[in-house]
Every structure is written in C-alpha cells, then in structure tokens.
Design a protein around this ligand. Structure first.
Ligand code: PMP
Length: 360
C-alpha cells in the first residue's frame, strides 16, 4: 500500500486504520455468512446484533444514563436542525446561543417552527469565543436551550455547559462528540453527524432522554418524530446499515484505546502542542484564544493570503491534506479528531517550523 497522507479534513474525516482494515477484511464475508454486511436484511439477527452493540457501546463509552435512548438516524445534523424544533418547539419559544455558522443554521430552521430567542451571540468578534455561560439571557418559558458544543469552522468549543434547570438543554455535538468526558445527564438531547469522530457519513446519532420522547407530537410525519425511531429501535425503515456497522467498529476501537479518558488525554496533548506553536511567535496567528479553543478544529491565519496558498500547496506536497480553512472564512484549519495520531501533529509542527524559517 502507498503511504497514506496525513488527513486533516474536517469531515468526512480520518478513520482509524485498524477499523478500515477490519472493514476490508469483512467486506465479502461478514460473521461467516458468506455475504457482506451491505447485503443482509436489516431485520436479520446479524444486523440486529450490530445495531444493539453500537447502542450499548456508545452508552458505555459516553456514560449515558439508563433513562436515555440512542438513535441512529439519517439526514445529517442538518435534519436535526429542523427535527428538534418540529418535535419540541411547535409554536413556543426556544433559546439559541449563536456561536457560529452551524448555530446560525440551527436558528434558521427553528424560526420556521416558533419563536427563537438568541440568548447570547459571539458574532461581534467573528465567532472567536464562546459567550460566558453566566451571562446567557435564558428565558424561563423556553421549551429548550440549544447550543453548538464545537463550532467546526471558527474553532471554538464550550468547556462547560450551562445549567438550564428544568428547561432541556439540546446540543449539536457533531464535531466533538466523544472527544472528552461530558455530563450527559445535563442534556435533554444530543445529536451528531457521524462523519468526524464516530464513523462514516450517512448516519446521525441522537441521544435523547426518555421524557423528551413523550413530548413528540402525534401529528408529525412519521419519519420526523423521535418517537417513531425510539419505539422501533432505529429500525422503523431501512437504516444506513454500513454506516452503523462502521460506527460500531469505531466504538470498539475507542474501547481498545482505553475509553474516553485515554482519548481525552491524547486529544488535550495534541491540541496543546499545536496551540503552543501558534502562540509562540507572530507568523502564525490563531483565530481563537484562551479557554474556548477547540480540541478538534485548530484555526489560524498566516501574514497574507498568498502565504496561506503557499502553505497549503507545500503542505499538500508534503503529504498533509485538508488543511484549508472552511470556504466561508479562509485561512488554515487543522482538524485533529480522535483518530488523528499524535505523530501527525508533530509532523505538522515540523512542517510549520520549516515553512516559517523559509518564509517568515
Ligand atoms: N453541525 C456541525 C457542528 C457541523 O460541523 C456540521 C458539518 N460539518 C453540521 C452540523 C452539518 O452536518 P451534516 O452535514 O451531517 O448535516
């Protein structure tokens, strides 16, 4: 096999090589069936075991309490932007914290279904920080409070979560789920597209507290109600079987690494190494500062757009792919999800040092 490039893509993103090898080895013959997991019925015993193991392993790794369900849905996190208000807003009021591009997309959808109150916004400083949780303007009559736990584009991440009392806290964790331990019991609902830390694109994980399921209205289209998917163990219709199977393998890989504590320690070290380089001089200019910096998406600029283009071309030639910032903001973004190896971070740092020496 030719050497694999270092994969800094923001999503779909790097997967553990071990997992890819297992998928390859099992592709033609899954569970000694002589058939691929892609070809067997989602009602078969073999697929049922895949579905159940993925739910059980996620519950174990993420310490999800017993009164929560794990659902495997389709439509991406983008459909969750609409499903959350369809199920829970319904003409009422909800609080949203505007932390960036993804939060704004969630707000846009919610406005179709009720009143949106922006409890805080970081737009005044180009989404370079997370609003102070003690200063959130929360409404006592909100049906829920929505946050985006990691803004993939601007590179910020909530380090602590607001206490919303009896009002359910809902979070888009698409780009940081399973990067660290969090108190799941503080949330009414968590959703995440799988294609960063969990597996391939095509499945969206929803973690929902049981009392929230009871709130889903009866007059919703069947596929858009969380109740349908909870009552049918995510098997109401044909699920994205291959994606769920791969999420299952990634979860087993996390367990083998030592679980979330080990993953979190590794993630913290990787991010600290990179931020340390960014903070050292004035050639590289981090776009975020202080405690709100993301462990997953590290964003920075160079002194000019010309130098950024040169940085991207030379890093790609050196086998580092996906470092271009999101098209809406430009600059450089290193996405270093769970599966991204610490040695890869060291290679990027070496490259950055020699690029600075030659161009600084
Ligand atoms: N939320 C966040 C934080 C994201 O990073 C993304 C995708 N990059 C989305 C939502 C949208 O996810 P999807 O493409 O799965 O709809």
């Amino acid at each position: 096999m030719t050497a694999r490039p270092l994969n800094f893509y923001a999503g779909p993103a790097i997967l553990p090589l071990e997992v890819l090898r297992q998928v390859q080895a099992e592709l033609l013959d899954f569970n000694q069936k002589g058939l691929s997991v892609l070809e067997i019925s989602h009602r078969s015993k073999d697929y049922d075991a895949v579905n159940k193991a993925a739910e059980a392993d996620l519950k174990e790794i993420f310490s999800i309490p017993d009164n929560y369900r794990v659902l495997f849905l389709q439509g991406g996190a983008s459909l969750q932007f609409a499903m959350v208000p369809m199920n829970f807003l319904r003409g009422g009021k909800a609080d949203y914290v505007n932390t960036g591009v993804w939060a704004k997309k969630a707000i846009k959808e919610a406005k179709l279904f009720g009143q949106v109150h922006v409890a805080a916004s970081a737009e005044d400083k180009n989404f370079s920080y997370i609003p102070d949780i003690s200063a959130l303007d929360l409404s006592p009559d909100a049906r829920y409070v929505h946050i985006t736990s990691n803004e993939t584009i601007s590179g910020t991440q909530w380090q602590e979560y607001p206490d919303t009392g009896d009002v359910p806290l809902v979070a888009d964790m698409s780009s940081d789920i399973l990067c660290r331990k969090i108190p799941v019991s503080r949330f009414g609902l968590i959703y995440a597209g799988a294609q960063k830390n969990l597996g391939p694109a095509g499945v969206t994980v929803v973690i929902i507290r049981e009392d929230m399921i009871k709130l889903c209205p009866e007059n919703l289209a069947t596929m858009l109600s969380y109740k349908t998917h909870a009552e049918n163990d995510s098997l109401y219709n044909t699920p994205p079987v291959f994606s769920v199977y791969m999420v299952g393998l990634v979860l087993k890989w996390i367990k083998k690494q030592g679980g979330l504590a080990a993953i979190e320690a590794r993630n913290r070290k990787k991010a600290a190494r990179l931020y340390d380089v960014l903070d050292r001089g004035d050639f590289y200019r981090p776009t975020t500062a202080g405690k709100d910096r993301s462990l997953m998406n590290i964003t920075f600029r160079l002194p000019s757009e010309e130098l950024e283009a040169k940085f991207l071309a030379e890093s790609a030639a050196a086998g580092m792919l996906g470092l271009k910032g999101h098209r809406s903001v430009g600059g450089i973004r290193a996405s270093i999800y769970n599966a991204f190896p610490p040695e890869g971070v060291e290679r990027l740092i070496e490259f950055m040092k020699s690029f600075e020496a030659a161009n600084g």
